[in-house]
Structure formats: structure tokens, C-alpha cells
Design a binder for this molecule. Structure first.
Ligand SMILES: [Zn+2]
Length: 74
């Protein structure tokens, strides 16, 4: 089951879960990013790897949702 993603803590835009593979090793990783291309969280998103795709995705979603506690920098 996929967990719901909270809105971006910085700009309030929607977030999306992405899955990809590292080119060099073909290891799967997941990350959550803000859909707003102007937002710093559009590109500066943490990668989660080392488990199955499902596991990576759950970790990425959990980390994203907890990030809301971090104050936005202006
Ligand atoms: Zn954002």
C-alpha cells in the first residue's frame, strides 16, 4: 500500500514519488520530490536505496512526510 504524500513543506505544491535505477549498478532507488520546478525540493531530494523497490518507496515517503517539521529557509 502506498502512503499518502503530504504537500511540499517549502512551497505547498504537490509531491510525487519517483522510482529509478542507478546507471552504474542498476540498483533501484526511490525518491519523493516536489512537482514545482522552481522549488529547491524539486531537485534536492534524498535517494533511498538498498532494499526492494517497495521498501525504498516506503522509506522515501516516510522521510518526506516527516520533513514537514523542518522550518523552510527563505
Ligand atoms: Zn516545493
Amino acid at each position: 500500500m502506498e502512503k499518502a504524500l503530504k504537500a511540499c513543506p517549502f512551497c505547498g505544491s504537490k509531491a510525487e514519488l519517483k522510482q529509478a535505477h542507478y546507471l552504474e549498478s542498476e540498483l533501484p532507488y526511490s525518491y519523493v520530490r516536489c512537482v514545482n520546478p522552481e522549488c529547491s525540493l524539486h531537485t534536492n531530494s534524498a535517494h533511498f536505496s538498498g532494499g526492494s523497490e517497495d521498501r525504498n518507496s516506503q522509506d522515501a515517503v516516510t522521510a518526506w512526510n516527516q520533513r514537514e517539521q523542518i522550518p523552510a529557509m527563505h
